[in-house]
Design a protein around this ligand. Structure first.
Ligand code: XMP
Length: 516
């Protein structure tokens, strides 16, 4: 039987993943399933409790998510959040109505049932985050009011039926007592254990990978980033040198990255690593190409071609390769099974993960249950160096999407120097780990300047630094003037070919993080 879990049924809220993360922060395993999941699939997760998430619909909408109300009758503790409260009310004989006024944002809630275990050790008046259009008008039989705002129901419960619900969002950090409330649900009500720990994860993943792979051979495409590196180290722990990792220099890596990654992964972590310098091949294909999507496609296709060649070579040496290790994370898994509609493709993201289907390899995805911060914790538990674990995300097409216009070896060299200055100054200022991404962009724009007594006519470089939770939205970072000043003066003085530095103050949306 798998580890006991809390099952979160996703009704499409933007906060569903956050609920899962908050629960896991308490070392309790949580699983997100679409609200349409079959009851047997819910049971198969070995749940000790169920959370019904929020969602954008009204229970009366014709296309309201069709969840099976049988989850309310499993005898397991249930916590409904926002839409979850309305779902419970509607399906157990109460009444929901469209609120006169949409409540969105900060609100004050009074706890009226202070003895309720969900509110143990929580003050009688709390500050919360609300986001809803409908409200409960009549409670279902057997339920009582546990909390209220000045105008509406904020909490209901039926301890006999083991069902609790709140109208506000305990998972959002604006709800001051949110963590305490979730802890009450997990530990006082569900009797969950804090057994979801890095050691547990490493032990069980190593054991299942060993079983699965048997005497087979695996390959892994490494990017030098957190996900593929942690995935490789885990699988290496399970099958040793029957895992071969491939790291490709596509000619658009950061300064010294090709050497540094080899040093980290081969020398420090002992991985069996094949490093392929294919930079000429990539740069030749990129010559003359200016369209961003065309650059992405070329790099993606070329990567697959290089990896495919290496995989065949490795297969010949080892007598066959059966498995491909990928660093897929839980948000990608949830995303692909979520109830949300397809969103428009803005950029065709190429991750080293999406690899050769023609090779007919079976997949090992040791991180597919984890969020990014959990991957870092696992990496730390495995003794991996902090500079891998804390590395900011770097796109698959590398500097090619940060060099606007044609990618030439000279432009790559210029941007590598400028980027290295940005990253090292941000690190010196102690800001690197607080920022999602910080980098330089090379613009195909030349302007006039003066150095000493000489006129210059050289490129412009833009600096970008953003805060983000997941890359989906981002805010530009107000970097301290002193840091900007040092970066600008170092780039103009040290990188011959760049004579002007500008700062990008566009958030996402409407901008994207990368310029192409
Ligand atoms: P955008 O530019 O779409 O980026 O706002 C969001 C996040 O995705 C990264 N990114 C990529 N990652 N292949 C990748 O592996 C790509 O083609 C790619 N394009 C963007 C970007 O760095 C940011 O973290």
């Amino acid at each position: 039987m798998n580890i006991p879990s809390i099952v979160i049924l996703d009704f499409g809220s933007q906060y569903t993943q956050l609920i899962a993360r908050r629960i896991r922060e308490q070392n309790v395993f949580s699983v997100v399933l679409p609200c349409t999941a079959k009851i047997d699939d819910v049971r198969a997760q070995n749940p000790v409790g169920i959370v019904l998430s929020g969602g954008p619909s009204s229970v009366y909408d014709a296309d309201a998510p069709p969840a099976d109300p049988a989850v309310l009758h499993l005898g397991l503790p249930v916590l409904g959040i926002c839409y979850g409260l309305q779902f419970i009310t509607h399906h157990l004989g109460g009444r929901v109505r469209s609120a006169e006024k949409r409540e969105y944002g900060h609100a004050e809630v009074e706890i009226v049932d202070v003895q309720n275990p969900l509110f143990a050790a929580i003050p009688a008046s709390i500050h919360v985050w609300m986001s809803h259009g409908d409200e409960a008008l009549k409670l279902p039989p057997g339920f009582h009011l546990t909390a209220k705002t000045a105008s509406a129901v904020a909490g209901i419960a039926s301890p006999e039926r083991r069902i609790w619900a709140v109208q506000f969002h305990p998972e959002v950090h604006h709800t001051k007592q949110g963590t305490a409330l979730l802890r009450n649900f997990l530990f006082n009500i569900c009797g969950a254990q804090s057994d979801w720990t890095p050691e547990h994860f490493v032990q069980s993943t190593v054991a299942t990978t060993r079983d699965k792979v048997g005497q087979g051979h695996a390959i892994c495409a490494l990017s030098g980033g957190v996900d593929s590196s942690v995935a490789a180290v885990l699988v290496h722990k399970a099958i040793g040198d029957r895992l071969t990792c491939v790291f490709v220099n596509n000619g658009v890596l950061r300064k010294d990255e090709f050497a540094k990654v080899q040093q980290n992964l081969r020398d420090k972590l002992g991985l069996r690593l094949v490093a392929v310098d294919a930079s000429r091949r990539f740069l030749a294909k990129l010559a003359g190409v200016t369209d961003p999507e065309a650059k992405r496609k070329i790099i993606g296709n070329e990567f697959i071609a290089v990896f495919d060649d290496e995989a065949h070579r490795i297969a010949q040496q080892t007598g066959g390769v059966d498995w491909l290790v990928q660093g897929t994370l839980y948000p990608d898994v949830i995303e692909s099974s979520s109830v949300k509609g397809p969103s428009q493709t803005i950029k065709s993201h190429h991750n080293v993960g999406g690899l050769p289907e023609t090779m007919k390899l079976k997949l090992i995805e040791p991180l597919r249950d984890l969020f990014k911060d959990e991957v870092r914790r696992i990496g730390r538990d495995l003794g991996m160096p902090e500079d891998i674990l804390q590395r900011q995300p770097f796109p698959g097409p590398g500097l090619a999407v940060r060099i606007l216009g044609e990618v030439t070896p000279e432009r790559v060299a210029l941007l590598q120097e400028a980027d290295d200055i940005v990253v090292s100054e941000i690190k010196t200022a102690g800001l690197y780990q607080q920022i999602w991404q910080s980098f330089a962009v090379l613009l195909p724009v030349r302007s006039v300047g003066v150095m000493g007594d000489q006129r210059t006519y050289a490129y412009t470089c833009a600096i970008r630094a953003v805060h983000s939770e997941d890359g989906m939205t981002a805010d530009w970072v107000p970097l301290p003037y002193e840091v900007l000043k040092t970066i600008s003066s170092r780039i103009v003085n040290e990188v011959r070919g760049i004579n002007r530095v500008v700062y990008d103050i566009t958030s996402k949306p409407p901008g994207t993080i990368e310029w192409e």
